[in-house]
Design a protein around this ligand. Structure first.
Ligand SMILES: Cc1cc2nc3c(=O)[nH]c(=O)nc-3n(C[C@H](O)[C@H](O)[C@H](O)COP(=O)(O)O)c2cc1C
Length: 265
């Protein structure tokens, strides 16, 4: 996949989860753009299958606190499916899924990663999964209400979804940010803005020369909702930030609680 760095860097800044949509239908031109990107991603990333389903989605979402946080009104949704037997599938879901979310943002469409508050049986009825495939998450897609509704605002306050940890807290082996090259700061700042389940921001960064390692925040076993999907999302953000600063590189997966290392080309 070719990353349109400028376009998606802007989208990183503009994106925030939207949960209430109006009934405006998504233009065919935008559906086509998203489907073209999805085709490239599904071909490039082994085991990944993202599906855009044009269908009113109300009945598949549940609330977070009572009916608060329930997603309503979207005319379409994305299903993020992957093969369980492929290594690092969760990171790949996060990385590939966020590419579509950022392109949707650039097309002025709203979205919200959802891995918990939905009824998977209702979604599975729309998909034709083979035995090795698993549904990891979904996202509504559509035109959000012009301003966040009261329900959306209450939820964002409860989850503190606008807050992000300081970069100093995220970098495990350097506490003097002034000594870090500028491209790395841009890359890390872009990763820092990534969305994560419950806004838990489980990524930490270790700087090794001209490379950046992304790792999980602690050595405890993964929680029920995968932190590795969150890390995959942050990986794409980091790469976009590096490109924005004029640097390209490649990710390589690592073993154990370290997730992957980004090294410059
Ligand atoms: C992998 C993943 C799973 C998520 N699952 C849910 C969910 O089940 N329900 C929900 O309402 N929001 C969900 N979210 C949205 C997060 O709460 C949101 O991204 C976070 O609070 C940061 O807010 P922002 O996206 O507005 O920046 C999820 C986000 C991610 C990345």
């Amino acid at each position: 996949m070719e990353i349109p760095a400028k376009r998606w860097y802007q989208a990183v800044k503009e994106r925030n989860s939207r949960r209430q949509f109006n009934s405006k239908i998504i233009e065919k031109r935008k559906i086509k753009k998203l489907n073209n990107l999805i085709e490239v991603l599904n071909n490039d990333i082994e085991g990944l299958r993202i599906i855009l389903i044009q269908k009113e989605v109300e009945e598949i979402f549940t609330g977070i606190i009572g009916s608060y946080g329930k997603i309503t009104g979207a005319p379409a949704y994305l299903a993020f499916v992957g093969r369980e037997d492929i290594s690092n599938m969760e990171e790949k879901i996060g990385y590939g899924g966020e590419a579509v979310i950022l392109e949707a943002t650039a097309l002025e469409l709203g979205s919200c990663w959802v891995s918990g508050t939905f009824k998977s049986d209702k979604v599975l009825a729309d998909l034709n999964l083979n035995q090795k495939e698993k549904l990891y998450a979904i996202s509504p897609i559509g035109y959000p209400e012009a301003k966040p509704t009261i329900s959306e605002r209450v939820l964002k306050k409860v989850i503190k979804s606008k807050k992000r940890l300081d970069l100093k807290k995220l970098i495990v082996n350097k506490n003097n940010l002034e000594k870090i090259p500028e491209w790395m700061i841009t890359a890390l700042e872009t990763a820092r803005l990534a969305p994560s389940a419950l806004n838990r921001q489980p990524w930490r960064f270790k700087i090794e020369g001209n490379s950046i390692i992304i790792q999980l925040d602690n050595k405890e076993k993964n929680e029920e909702r995968s932190k590795n999907i969150d890390c995959g999302i942050a990986m794409l953000h980091l790469e976009i930030g590096a490109m924005k600063a004029g640097f390209t590189g490649k990710w390589q997966y690592l073993k154990g609680d370290k997730v992957a290392i980004f090294s410059l080309d």
